[in-house]
Design a protein around this ligand. Structure first.
Ligand SMILES: Cc1ncc(COP(=O)(O)O)c(C=O)c1O
Length: 491
């Protein structure tokens, strides 16, 4: 199945802003920066410096402007395609309540993945009917909360279905449900997922539905695919639409098809830099040049003789087709029984929903940490110690492949260039903030600040831990050019 890709809009030459000149990866991977980030770092370093002095290091700073812009641009794609559509923000991607408020203000729904997430979103004033619960594990307390507030529950398996049915009966309430489907056929292969009902057991599921839960309302179908491939979404939508017909024939009022998250985003300015980095890294793994990473870490690749094996264990920090262009490409793709997927959805009179997390948070946050030391290793490399640890800027990826920005202390004097690695506060040899080797052409020293750009999507919170009894990073929201306040999650 083909996807119509619009022309790439990315500028391949990185913007040489002077802010970037104090720290560069070897080779560089230049971050995309939002205006608010530049003005905060450029003219108001005192604001960041006093915030770190007051709230500690590291510190997360967020702005909700880009988030609102992204919701609107997704909505405008759907309007152009004349498709009934709603965005549900996958709240697991960032814990700050300001994003829940921003979702509410933008008319978006919220996807919750746990009891506390669900309770907090309700507390912020989102109505249960504007929420969907996709938690992988749903204890009875969470299911009760959903039923009492009429949050749509996305059902993953038969045990969950029976438990929801039993609790709805005991509460004497009905409950809106969506069925999560997986195992779609794509390019002659089955897309594996541990989540949902396999599409091949859909017949059995339909037989069980009226028996198990006559009082439950099946109102939607749901899937979430691993990865970012638009063609796989086209296959999955194409295979879900006949299931909607089948459910409607059996008497269920199906209102929506939810295609989950995984809308891609682009962290880097330049495709050329991204490709050059990988070529150089592979050369380094083959032993043909100086390592680019801490102890020549493979980032998922291994070398066996001259042969490279394994695969990159990293988010694709540069991608051509992202967010609204990606959605447009999916909707404009041909379906099996209609000229486009958009047309097939319109014919069904069904609402299309999606649950982006990361890509709605693109450009919405940064993490700042204080430099505590700079020391030289016997081999001449330097280590730069930060008051933070690696869980405060990580997901399941092996590294955060974006060049940080160095804000020098106002007292700092011009020093000699240094090269080396950012290390963290955990007592393990592996506590590196970035695995990549960095160069500081005008020096770096205690009291400087390192800014890690674009960390709002998962990187701030997904793995953060209180090991060693360190406090979790505080989260500040930018209210105007210079005004920061604590997010309600920390208040
Ligand atoms: C069910 C579900 N919906 C939405 C998301 C959000 O995905 P992303 O942040 O990649 O858009 C996830 C992420 O794991 C998910 O599991």
């Amino acid at each position: 199945m083909s996807v119509v890709e619009p022309e790439a809009s990315a500028n391949s030459e990185p913007n040489p802003h002077p802010l970037r000149s104090f720290c560069k990866g070897t080779p560089p991977l230049t971050a995309r920066l939002e205006e608010w980030m530049i003005s905060l770092m450029e003219s108001n370093t005192d604001v960041l410096r006093s915030a770190v002095a007051e709230y500690g290091s590291p510190l997360n700073v967020i702005s909700t402007g880009p988030f609102r812009r992204h919701v609107e641009s997704l909505n405008s794609v759907a309007r152009r395609q004349n498709v009934d559509f709603r965005v549900f923000f996958a709240r697991k991607a960032n814990k700050c309540l300001s994003f829940v408020d921003a979702a509410l203000a933008a008319g978006a729904g919220v996807d919750v993945a746990s009891g506390p997430e669900c309770a907090q979103v309700l507390q912020q004033g989102e109505a249960g009917r504007d929420m969907v619960c996709t938690a992988a594990i749903k204890p009875e307390g969470l299911i009760r909360l959903c039923i009492e507030n009429q949050v749509t529950i996305v059902i993953d398996n038969f045990d969950e279905l029976k438990t929801v049915s039993r609790l709805a009966q005991s509460l004497q309430r009905t409950c809106p449900l969506a069925l999560r489907i997986s195992g779609f056929e794509h390019d002659g292969e089955k897309l594996f997922s541990r989540f949902g009902f396999d599409i091949d057991e859909f017949g059995a599921l339909c037989e069980v539905l009226p028996v198990v839960c006559p009082e439950l309302r099946v109102v939607g179908l749901h899937f979430h695919l691993d990865g970012y491939c638009p063609r796989q979404r086209v296959s999955a939508i194409d295979q879900c639409l006949p299931l909607i017909d089948q459910l409607r024939t059996a008497g269920h009022s199906i209102e929506f098809l939810d295609i989950g998250g995984g809308l891609p985003m682009r962290y880097l300015e330049s495709k050329h830099e991204w490709n050059s980095f990988w070529s150089a890294h592979e050369e380094a793994l083959r032993g043909h040049r100086t390592p680019l990473t801490w102890r020549n870490h493979g980032l998922g690749l291994q070398i066996n003789g001259e042969q490279l094996t394994g695969k990159r264990n990293l988010y694709p920090y540069y991608q051509e087709l992202v967010r609204e262009d990606w959605l447009e490409a999916v909707l404009a793709s041909p379906g099996t029984s209609s000229p486009t997927i958009a047309e097939a959805i319109r014919q069904r009179d069904v609402q299309l929903r999606c649950e982006p997390g990361r890509s709605l948070l693109d450009g919405s946050g940064l993490t700042v940490a204080r430099v505590e030391f700079c020391k030289r290793l016997p081999n001449g490399d330097h280590l730069f110690g930060l008051a933070m640890n690696r869980t405060q800027c990580r997901t399941g990826s092996d590294d955060f492949l974006i060049d940080p920005i160095l804000l020098r202390d106002s007292q700092a004097v011009e020093e000699t260039a240094r090269e080396g690695y950012l290390v963290g506060a955990y007592c393990t040899e592996s506590d590196l903030i970035l695995m990549r080797r960095l160069r500081f052409p005008a020096g770096i020293g205690r009291g400087d600040l390192i800014v890690l750009p674009n960390t709002a999507g998962y990187l701030m919170h997904f793995l953060e831990s209180r090991s060693h009894q360190f406090e979790l990073a505080r989260n500040l929201v930018l209210e105007s050019d210079t005004q920061l306040r604590l997010d309600a999650i920390d208040a």
